[in-house]
Every structure is written in C-alpha cells, then in structure tokens.
Design a binder for this molecule. Structure first.
Ligand SMILES: Cc1cc2nc3c(=O)[nH]c(=O)nc-3n(C[C@H](O)[C@H](O)[C@H](O)COP(=O)(O)O)c2cc1C
Length: 176
C-alpha cells in the first residue's frame, strides 16, 4: 500500500497522552491539513479554537462532565480529553449548507495528519452537551457566526491500546 493509505489504516484513537506540549509548527500543519478538507459549496464552514492551557482543558472537562451528568448521561472516564496537552474545538458556521459534514471532513483530515507526524489523537464528542446547553462562544473566543461542535484531543501517545477495534465486514458491495 502507499504511505497515505498506510496512515489511514494505522491511525487509532489515543486515550493516554504524554504531557509534552506540541510544537506550533506541528499544530499549524495539522490545522492546515484540516482546512484542505472538502466542504459543501466550498463554504469552508469550520472554525478552530486551539486550547493549549491545561487549566482551560481541565475546566472544559469538568464543565462537560457536569453537563453530561445533568442530562443523566454516564461518562466513566475521569477526564474526557484523557489529559491531552492540546484540545481543538471545531465550530461550524450556523448558516452553512452541510456544516456537520464539512466539520467531520476537516476533523478526519486533522486526525490523519496528526498520525503522520507521530502525534496521537482522539475525536471527542463528550463536550457537545456542554456546548449545546448554553452560549459558549465568548468563553472560547468563537465568532458569533459559529457554534462549537466536536473536539479533538491531541498529544504524544503514552500507551498504545492493544485493543484496536476491528472493522465490520459486509459493509460494501459492488453493483456491476
Ligand atoms: C463522532 C465521534 C465521536 C467520538 N467521541 C468519542 C469520545 O467522546 N470519547 C472517546 O474516547 N472516543 C470518541 N470517539 C472515537 C471512537 O470511539 C473511535 O473512533 C472508534 O471506537 C474506533 O476506534 P479507532 O478510532 O481507534 O479506530 C468518537 C468518534 C467519533 C467519530
């Protein structure tokens, strides 16, 4: 297989991170890969908030866990971002045509780019309840045109999970 396909097949969610901060060049490269994702009508409806403060990440973790508990959703992890040194909030433009699809495409590009740089990542949905139960734009310096959506935890992997989820079979067919 070629290198790109290898990167896609090798990427796995990281759930234990080293505390080491990522370099600005690496983060720029990851975000740049994100903004080269396809988007409906080329609207590029995404917006990124890169959090590099452990204090702010911990606070978002606590608030997210509180919001989940208030909605009776259980979250067994002590830290929804697994103590990653960097969290990126991906926000979408409120008036975009297919903002969820645009943001999912940008996130996947970033996860693969991170892996290609030797950086672990995990797509995190655990903050959505906190984001949707109040206006969080000011807290995260997000433009009023956008709404926070998913988050990505990034950092150097501290532990490789041997339990790498297998893929289901029978999910595709050819029509000739
Ligand atoms: C929309 C979405 C939300 C996710 N939210 C979480 C999450 O909150 N916490 C987590 O540990 N993993 C989360 N994941 C990661 C999935 O659990 C993971 O991708 C899946 O189990 C497959 O494993 P792999 O990424 O190692 O291939 C999420 C993935 C997606 C696509």
């Amino acid at each position: 297989m070629n290198e790109t396909i290898n990167m896609i097949l090798e990427r796995r969610s990281t759930r234990k991170f080293k505390p080491d901060m990522l370099g600005r060049n690496e983060l720029d490269a990851i975000i740049n890969a994100g903004i080269y994702a396809p988007s409906a009508m080329n609207q590029q409806s995404w917006d990124f908030t890169v959090i590099r403060s452990q204090e702010k990440i911990d606070l978002l973790n606590e608030n997210s866990k509180k919001a989940l508990a208030e909605m009776n959703y259980s979250n067994s992890h002590d830290h929804i971002f697994y103590h990653a040194p960097v969290v990126i909030i991906v926000s979408f433009h409120k008036e975009a045509m297919f903002p969820m699809a645009d943001c999912s495409a940008t996130i996947q590009n970033m996860l693969i780019a991170a892996h290609s740089l030797g950086i672990g990542s995990c797509w995190i949905g655990g903050a959505i309840t906190y984001f949707t139960t109040g206006d969080r734009n000011r807290e995260f310096d997000i433009p009023e045109t956008h709404k926070p959506y998913f988050t990505i935890a990034l950092g150097y992997e501290d532990y490789t999970d041997a339990n790498r989820p297998a893929r289901k079979s029978g999910t595709f067919r050819f029509l000739e």
